[in-house]
Design a protein around this ligand. Structure first.
Ligand code: FMN
Length: 179
């Protein structure tokens, strides 16, 4: 049994994390704590999915910082799984911009705890001038990116099927392999 920290942002597929990512890990006997960006928390709250995640994991879903007097409600993770992460949050992580609880947690642990990251991006995001540098910076400290034509060919904006499944099997396999 290992402890997994799932960090998810406001990107396509976040509505599936309970079924496709968290439940398979819980079913394998792992402890799973979920942290969301503020926007992702708003999206999942609107669909009543926060409660489903909390029922599955038995832990509170985090999206706001704790009070200085409070302890973290999640166990110390053996591995971080950042999936799906938006282009914006990937850039922030690479630059060390920890302006919400999800990024704080990733930024603090990026070079010390195994981290698997799925950037849920399109071809326009990848044309941003800083993008290649952000990926290189993350790889240089050992972040394992689930990225490339073999796992997630980039589509032009608004051309892909909105229900396109994320590469969940590759994400879970990489996370378990990194333990
Ligand atoms: C319906 C919808 C879907 C989106 N999907 C994506 C996406 O798949 N990837 C992405 O990088 N941004 C996507 N965005 C834009 C992000 O939500 C936006 O950049 C947001 O600020 C990211 O915040 P976060 O990373 O803090 O969650 C989407 C926005 C909307 C409204």
């Amino acid at each position: 049994m290992s402890a997994f920290a799932i960090v998810a942002g406001a990107a396509g597929g976040v509505e599936s994390i309970a079924r496709e990512l968290v439940k398979p890990l819980v079913d394998r006997g792992h402890v799973v704590g979920v942290t969301l960006t503020p926007t992702a928390a708003t999206w999942l709250q609107a669909s009543d999915l926060i409660r489903e995640l909390e029922n599955l994991t038995g832990l509170p879903v985090r999206s706001t910082p704790r009070l200085p007097s409070e302890k973290s409600p999640h166990p110390k993770p053996d591995v971080y799984v950042a999936a799906p992460l938006s282009a914006s949050s990937v850039a922030k992580l690479a630059l060390g911009i920890a302006d919400n609880q999800a990024l704080t947690s990733l930024c603090e642990n990026v070079a010390t705890t195994p981290m698997v990251l799925f950037p849920r991006v399109n071809a326009a995001h990848a044309r941003q001038p800083g993008w290649a540098g952000h990926l290189a910076a993350l790889r240089s400290v050992g972040v394992q990116l689930i990225y490339g034509d073999d796992v997630w060919p980039l589509a032009e904006p608004r051309t892909a099927d909105p229900g396109r499944a994320l590469p969940w099997a590759a994400i879970i396999q990489a996370a378990e392999d990194s333990l």
